[in-house]
Every structure is written in C-alpha cells, then in structure tokens.
Design a protein around this ligand. Sequence first.
Ligand SMILES: Cc1cc2nc3c(=O)[nH]c(=O)nc-3n(C[C@H](O)[C@H](O)[C@H](O)COP(=O)(O)OP(=O)(O)OC[C@H]3O[C@@H](n4cnc5c(N)ncnc54)[C@H](O)[C@@H]3O)c2cc1C
Length: 396
Amino acid sequence: MKESFEVAVVGAGPAGSIAALSLARAGVSVVILDKQHFPRDKVCGDVLMPDAIGLLRQLRLWEDVRTRGHFMEFARIFAPDATCVDLAGGFHTIPRTDLDALLVKKAVEAGATLISGAAANDFRATASAAHLGYLENGDRKEIRVRMALLACGAHAKTLGRFGVSPRETPSAIAMRTYYRLRENLDDTRLFFWFERAVLPGYGWIFPLGNGLFNIGVGLFQDAGQTGQNLRQVLNSFLAQCEVPREMIRGGTRLAPFKGAPLRTGLTGAEPSRDRLLVCGESIGATYSMSGEGIGKAMETANIAAEHALAALSSGKMAARDLARYDRDLERRFRELFASYRKGQYWLGRPAVCNLVFGRARTSSWVRSMLEGIIAESRDPTELLSPYGLLKALVLR
Ligand SMILES: Cc1cc2nc3c(=O)[nH]c(=O)nc-3n(C[C@H](O)[C@H](O)[C@H](O)COP(=O)(O)OP(=O)(O)OC[C@H]3O[C@@H](n4cnc5c(N)ncnc54)[C@H](O)[C@@H]3O)c2cc1C
C-alpha cells in the first residue's frame, strides 16, 4: 500500500465511493476506508430513483449499473382506501450488495486505494495535516492526510467521533427482507402501500428481476412514529393488507428481516469542520416522505469532492474556508429538503393520501405533479400544500 495520500474518505457506500472516484479521476491521491469487506450487505429498498440514475449517467457509470439490475418504467401506489394509480418515472433496482461493490470497484479502477475492514475511530486536524485513526484487525493505525471526507451513512457513533455535532437519534427506521415469489407475478413496476396503520411511513414490494423481490416497511420517527416494533408492523402489513398478502402467497423468504436507521431532512450533523467535509446520509441527505437517499448521497459526495479539490489547490482547509461547502448545500438543497418535509406532513394524513392518489387517476394535473415530484422537476409543495390540494380538487 502507498504510504501517503492527500485525501482519506471514510465509508464506501454510494457517497464515499463517488467522492473517492471523483477525486481520483481529478488526479488526487485518495484512500477509502470501510469497516466492512466488500461485497457487503446494506439494508435498503435497492431502488435507484431518477436522481440517482441521472448522476450515474453524468459520471459515465450508468451502463455498468444498468446491465446488472432491473429497470421499470412505473410505480404503482396504493392509497389507504385501496385505490391505486400507476405513475411513470423510470426506476432501477439493484441489490446494494452489487451496487456498492461495483461503485467501490470503479473508485479503485480510477486510482483510489481501498482499505476494507478498517473502522475509523479518531480524527484530529492540526495546522498542517489531518490525522485519521482506525482499527484494522484489532490493530490501531493512523494515516496522515491533507483532508478527509466523512461518508459513514447513518452511523451516529462515527459521526460523534469526528466531532460534527451529530443528533443521536435517527429520523426514521426501516426494515426489509428478500423473497422469491411465484413466476407469473408482475415485476414491471414498484409497489408502494400508504396504509393507514403505517402512515406517514409506507410498505413496499420492489421487484429485483428473476423472481426476486425486496419487501419492507419504513416508519418516520421524526413524524412521531416512535415506540413501534418494526418487525410487527411489517408482519401485520404483509398479513392484513390484501394485495401484498396475495402477492407473497406461496413465496419463499430468502433472508432474515433486517432493519436500519435513516437520517433525513439535510439535518443532524455539521457538513464541515477543519480539514473535513461530510456528505451523504451522514448529513441527512435522504428525503423525508420517501426515505430515498442513494441519489442525494452521491450528489452531495460529488459536490464535496469539488469543494475538496478547490481546498487542496488553494491550501485553505480551515473550517471557515470549508464553510463554503455548507453554504453551497444550503443554496442547492435546503428548500427541496424542506419541501419533502412538508410533503411528509400532508401525505401522512389518510384523507389527503386518498384525495391525491384518487385524483391522480382522473386529473392529468395531479398525475403530472406526482410524476414531476418523482423526476424532481416539481417541488412537492406545489401539490402537497393547502393551495396545491385545492387545485387537486378542481383541476383536470
Ligand atoms: C430499509 C431501508 C430502505 C431504503 N431504501 C432506499 C431505496 O430504495 N432507495 C434509496 O435511494 N434509498 C433508500 N434508503 C436510504 C439509503 O440506504 C441511504 O440513503 C444510502 O445508503 C446513503 O448512502 P451513504 O453512502 O451516505 O451511506 P451508507 O450507504 O450507509 O454507507 C456508509 C458506509 O460507511 C461505512 N462506515 C460506517 N462507519 C464507519 C467507520 N467508523 N469506519 C469505516 N467505515 C464506516 C459503512 O460500513 C458503510 O459501508 C433506504 C434505507 C433503509 C434503511
């Protein structure tokens, strides 16, 4: 292994790998550490939304991802009153075991060095360098770099060790498992259920192709969904909700139920401090309302890499200099994340959910709004606000 690097990236999820890849492509010597060995599992719904696909295209990674996963044009949404509507969007499912292994491989091919099985647990910045301590096979090691990028996902303990004032509690929790379901089952669309008992969370069945399905449920603790047993919520969703119950009939569960925390709303940790930038789910770059975060994890990582490049070339890496990154995130994303938070408030009400998805069947305005939200060409509050809901009632 090379002895010295300019940048260390902590975490090789989508955020860390994209940051490392972008830096390596720009000619920076970069090392990426992950506490796990790849390929590794990551609890997720395994869906790439249009923003994620767009970024992968921009970085010339899409063809490699596309050929490994399952593309679907539509998402079918069930409202609490059991009406359903199909929305067009363009979605791609790929197990995170495969996606994350592919992205970190791409970062390594671009020139990054991967140290897997390395748990970062200490960070110190001085006037001349940053020192990153980590544990590898029980041995304590340290790397000296010019700066570091932190992309450790929703791992609050690591965030605490990096001194970025993290909120201790997650914003949401979600659980999933994998099933093999019967052969003739529809695998041409994602299935979402906004069930009364689960709102503002939702249940899902996502086809992965070849008879495999990712099945799960998510609850938003920051919207008051605390104290529930997630396993029980998932079991009763599958047992009591008619369509999913029918879909899984005769199927085989292939994996244990696994749950994980989410950090949403672009809150919960400082994006920068001396010689350090934080990106991905670590800064809450996962949407409230939907819980999707792969796209924005990669986008914020790409932006963090741009700021790291500028800092490396100017030599200015003090917190006050890197705060430009915080301001850039605010400018690009604050309003968008706030809109998802407001959308979550409205969509969490069964009557609103019934109105929105019911009207999407007959009103092309409502449908175009929902499809625009999926494509990120529309702000969620254009529809999910008192004025938007009034328009939903009258516009065709
Ligand atoms: C059940 C569930 C379903 C979801 N479904 C979807 C979905 O379908 N689509 C979507 O877009 N989003 C989904 N999300 C959200 C999505 O998983 C996250 O937004 C995304 O993984 C964030 O990427 P990241 O790179 O920031 O963090 P992660 O993917 O969490 O990667 C962080 C990495 O950091 C490593 N790490 C942590 N601590 C350390 C340490 N101390 N030292 C070294 N390495 C460390 C971890 O091992 C990990 O590899 C879901 C989340 C859950 C929980």
